[in-house]
Structure formats: C-alpha cells, structure tokens
Write a protein that binds this ligand. Structure first.
Ligand code: SF4
Length: 206
C-alpha cells in the first residue's frame, strides 16, 4: 500500500476545511480522489485546495503526535538548502546548453510527500501544480530560472540528475558529485520516514 492510498483511506470521512484564521468551517465532504495513486494528482484548483485543506485538518487534529514527522521534514529542508548551491552550479553548466530542459518539457508535479513536507515545514503553499496538462511549460519557470526556492520545489526537480549532468560530475571536480548523491539519498530516506511517522500518527486512535 502506498502512502497516498493509506491517507486516502484515512480521510474518507467528512473533513472540515479551514478559514484563513485556521478555524474549521462547515463540514464538507472532501473528494477522496484528491489522494488517488495515479500521478500527477490534484491538477485542478478544487482538488489542489481539497488536498491542502485535508492535510491541514489532519495536522491540526493530530498535532500532538506529529513531532517525529515534523523533525524529519525540518531535516529535509536543511539538506535541500545545503545542496542548493551545488545544484545551481550544475544547472548552469548543463541545463543552459540543453535543447530540452526539464523545466520546459518534463511533466513535474508535487506528490503527496511534497505536499506533506511543505505543510510540515510551514512553508507558503504554492497556488497549484506546476502543470495543469501535458504540453505546458512549468508555470514556476521565470526569466531567470525557478521562482520557487529549492526547499519548496517538487522533489523530482532536485533528485533527477540527467545523463549529461552525471557525465559532467564524473569529469569535473569542482562540484562534489559523491556528496550530492549521498545527500539526495538521505533526503529520499527522510521523506519516507516523514510520511511513515505522519501516517502512524494519524492512524493512531485517541
Ligand atoms: S518547479 Fe522550478 S525547478 Fe521544477 S520544473 Fe518548475 S521551474 Fe523547473
């Protein structure tokens, strides 16, 4: 069972969205399809908001048991900030000469762990998925690159090191490729840990 499926099971109950002050509003049945397995999820405004309000509700409800998940999320944020410079330099060497850079052609999206991590680290929630449909350029691509700080981007924007980048790292010493891969692996493990701690917490009665 994936984390998304597990959470879908957990939230198949009436959910209270919150107003801007964080106070639950009237009962509303949030569409469970918001947590379907088939990626990429939450492509329209309704599902994106439903996913966010459901997570906020669960976090509010189980906040006393969420410290392990929050701690893992905080470590992820620190590690992402720590490799930002390396990835920026790598991108300048490789993406700049790429004829089909990922930010223009790849179908990137926020997944469940991304959304959980962003909520757990109290970041500003992005207004929606980077792409609503196939064939679009990522809406967060600005004239000088990504408009979102590294620690708030979809994880795929960080972990994916293309063949050209691997070649560059293998042939140049100025970017510590081994350290980069090791930090990416650490983040991958922490994301699993964060999600598991979250699911354990929200699945526990009382
Ligand atoms: S979110 Fe940023 S890094 Fe990721 S594809 Fe969009 S512009 Fe590129």
């Amino acid at each position: 069972m994936t984390g998304a499926t597990a959470v879908a099971d957990l939230i198949s109950v009436p959910v209270q969205p919150f107003n801007s002050a964080g106070i639950p509003l009237e009962l509303d049945k949030v569409c469970v399809v918001a947590f379907e397995d088939n990626a990429p999820p939450w492509r329209n405004d309704h599902l994106w908001r439903a996913a966010g309000s459901t997570l906020r509700y669960l976090i509010h409800l189980h906040q006393d048991r969420l410290n392990p998940s929050r701690e893992a999320a905080g470590c992820i944020k620190n590690l992402l900030s720590g490799i930002d410079d390396m990835l920026d330099r790598l991108g300048k060497k490789t993406c700049a000469r790429c004829i089909a850079p990922c930010c223009r052609v790849a179908d990137v999206s926020y997944d469940f762990r991304d959304l959980l991590y962003i909520h757990m680290t109290d970041q500003v929630i992005p207004p929606g998925q980077p792409r609503r449909s196939g064939g679009e350029v990522c809406c967060y691509l600005g004239p000088s690159g990504c408009l979102i700080p590294r620690f708030g981007r979809p994880w795929i924007c960080t972990w994916y090191i293309c063949a050209d980048q691997k070649n560059y790292l293998a042939g140049h010493q100025e970017i510590a490729g081994d350290r980069l891969q090791s930090e990416i692996e650490s983040i991958r493990m922490l994301r699993k840990q964060m999600e598991k701690s979250f699911i354990d917490a929200v699945a526990t009665d009382g």
